[in-house]
Design a protein around this ligand. Structure first.
Ligand SMILES: NC(=O)c1ccc[n+]([C@@H]2O[C@H](COP(=O)([O-])OP(=O)(O)OC[C@H]3O[C@@H](n4cnc5c(N)ncnc54)[C@H](O)[C@@H]3O)[C@@H](O)[C@H]2O)c1
Length: 237
């Protein structure tokens, strides 16, 4: 491991949204951040590096890992954040669409951890996966997304057991985090026991804690960050 450089983090899907906030937060905390995203127009925070990478593609992930082996020569944190949703009635959902969601949201973490295991072990590093409260609750027509996120929660504890004690692996399951699109209405904020919809920075703060030394006894855990919505009992009026 290259001891002279600052701690190195890879943040997937860091070109925008929650991933960009995690990348910015880690950079602020002194990390060198490698952003890996399939968007060709993205940027990394100051001091970092941007890599165009499709995290569901084995060759693309292998190229990312090679660039870490020859470049930074260390990896202290891997944030598996890239993900997307297809909303479609199951009757209309093509197998290719189902598979694309599973590949990006779930298989990618297998590919990324397998490709970087040696660097992570050498650094006594940490992995954070970004699942969703939809691992446990659903709206109609979201089967592939919910299945992928449920799988990611399970993959997280499996990895924690296999990679410990050198590497800790934890999961954040966000609820509604306002990133793009119209801002939530007042009643949508009020619906949350916390009094508001989430912000990307809420997730970034927890991710920063989970890759830092203060969380050394935490591994294989899932943290639901949803303003209390999954704890709120709802009956018809
Ligand atoms: N925003 C929310 O309310 C919310 C809630 C629960 C979970 N999540 C999860 O948080 C993560 C980030 O969500 P977001 O709202 O910031 O999404 P977003 O759409 O704003 O950003 C996702 C980023 O991931 C990248 N990406 C997508 N597929 C990729 C691939 N195959 N390879 C590399 N990069 C890829 C995109 O280019 C984009 O930059 C996702 O995993 C999402 O499922 C989001």
């Amino acid at each position: 491991m290259n001891e002279s450089s600052s701690r190195v983090a890879v943040v997937t899907g860091g070109a925008m949204g929650i991933g960009a906030a995690i990348a910015a937060r880690l950079a602020q905390d002194g990390w060198r951040v490698v952003v890996a995203d399939r968007n060709v127009d993205g940027t990394a925070p100051p001091g970092g590096r941007y890599v165009v990478c499709d995290v569901g593609d084995e060759a693309s992930v292998a190229a990312l890992a090679r660039s870490l082996d020859t470049g930074e020569q260390r990896l202290d944190a891997l944030i598996c954040n890239a993900g997307f949703m297809i909303r479609k009635p199951i009757a209309d959902l093509a197998l290719a669409e189902w598979s694309s969601v599973l590949t990006t949201n779930l298989t990618s973490t297998f590919l990324l951890v397998r490709a970087t295991e040696a660097l992570l072990r050498a650094a006594n590093g940490a992995v954070v996966t970004i699942a969703s409260s939809r691992a446990r609750m659903s709206e109609p027509n979201t089967e592939s997304y919910s299945a992928s996120k449920g799988g990611l929660v399970a993959l997280t504890h499996a990895l924690a057991v296999s990679l410990g004690p050198e590497v800790r692996v934890n999961c954040i399951s966000p609820g509604w985090i306002a990133t793009k699109g119209p801002q939530p209405a007042a009643e949508e904020h009020a619906f949350h026991p916390a009094g508001r919809v989430g912000r990307s920075e809420d997730i970034a703060a927890l991710a920063a804690f989970l890759v830092g030394p203060a969380s050394g006894f935490i591994t294989g855990a899932e943290f639901v960050v949803d303003g209390g919505v999954t704890r709120k009992m709802i009956y018809p009026e």
